[in-house]
Design a binder for this molecule. Structure first.
Ligand SMILES: Cc1cc2nc3c(=O)[nH]c(=O)nc-3n(C[C@H](O)[C@H](O)[C@H](O)COP(=O)(O)OP(=O)(O)OC[C@H]3O[C@@H](n4cnc5c(N)ncnc54)[C@H](O)[C@@H]3O)c2cc1C
Length: 284
């Protein structure tokens, strides 16, 4: 086959903005995210992938071959398309949050919780993911300070009850993050009670943001089925979308696991599904 990969605005994807990756198989000592992605790229190139700069700006999946517009400039054609456009974590938008990103600020407790074993950490968010991540952190960290904007959580009743009965999770209701504190790394968070205006500083070693993710699926609206949050829907156990020959893998279709190894695994499924589709149609 002749796979062509367009990389979009973040070549290498989300792992290029992290430091140590400890949980990808094959790296017993861990590896820096950007370094790992260079290795992935070199391996794909060695196998013949044609890796290009460019952003897919529009698609037309109503015709054969399928059509993808690149950089609003040119249209390319393909017999099959695999979508792996990922998902982006939502951030609060504070300058300190951005400055300390990777130095104690993280949007992934499962990825980074381990680095703060035995320490006090904070987490902001109130949905099911935030509740799950707070519970996960409570097993690793000595104390979890959970910052919740309203007087209740959006998380399901069961998740909320589990959080509230966990001894080392302290919930701060009606609270917003005023500032993440620290010069070179996180050493605290200042929160503000949005009812009383009172500000409190909490010493913590890490600040986890769990206010949701946004799948990068906007350009596929109108062609591909997606859930209410915009995650692409695939036939369970496969990478098949509702359009024949179009497959989806990685975080853009996975709102549960969102890990490098699961993204890579589903990418492998998509490659095999695409190869079988092309063989069946005698297109390669
Ligand atoms: C800070 C951080 C730390 C993390 N640490 C870990 C960890 O330690 N271990 C772990 O397993 N997971 C970790 N993760 C999660 C992991 O990075 C993701 O699960 C994984 O990268 C998902 O891979 P993906 O290929 O689906 O998407 P992404 O990595 O998001 O890649 C998407 C790619 O699609 C491109 N793209 C998007 N839109 C377009 C378009 N329109 N046209 C062309 N290209 C486009 C982007 O430029 C990007 O290259 C971390 C995530 C973050 C944010």
């Amino acid at each position: 086959m002749n796979p062509v990969l367009y990389q979009g605005i973040q070549p290498g994807g989300q792992l290029t903005i992290t430091t140590e990756v400890e949980n990808y198989p094959g790296y017993p000592d861990g590896i820096q995210g950007p370094e790992m992605m260079v290795e992935f790229e070199n391996q794909a190139k060695r196998m013949g992938a044609d890796i290009r700069y460019g952003l897919a700006t529009k698609v037309d999946f109503s015709v054969r071959p399928l059509r993808v517009e690149i950089d609003e400039e040119k249209w390319i054609q393909a017999n099959s398309v695999i979508i792996s456009t990922g998902a982006s974590a939502k951030w609060l938008g504070l300058e300190s949050e951005q400055r300390l990103n990777g130095y104690g600020v993280s949007a992934c407790a499962v990825c980074d919780g381990f680095f703060f074993k035995g320490k006090e950490v904070a987490i902001v968010g109130a949905g099911d993911t935030a509740a799950e991540e707070a519970l996960y952190l409570s097993k690793i960290c000595s104390k979890v300070h959970m910052i919740v904007r309203r007087g209740e959580m959006r998380a399901s009743k069961i998740m909320q009850a589990r959080v509230l009965k966990t001894g080392n999770i302290q919930v701060y209701w009606h609270s917003e993050t005023d500032e993440v504190l620290g010069d070179k790394k996180v050493d605290g968070v200042r929160i503000k009670n949005n009812e009383t205006g009172e500000k409190t500083e909490i010493p913590v070693s890490a600040f986890f943001v769990a206010i949701g993710h946004e799948p990068n699926s906007g350009i596929f609206k109108g062609f591909l089925d997606m859930d209410e949050a915009g995650y692409l829907l695939t036939v369970p156990g496969t990478s098949k979308t509702n359009i024949e020959g179009v497959f989806a893998s990685g975080d853009v279709q996975d709102k549960i696991y969102r890990q490098a190894v699961t993204a890579a695994g589903s990418g492998c499924m998509a490659a095999l599904d695409a190869e079988r589709y092309l063989s069946e149609k005698e297109l390669h």
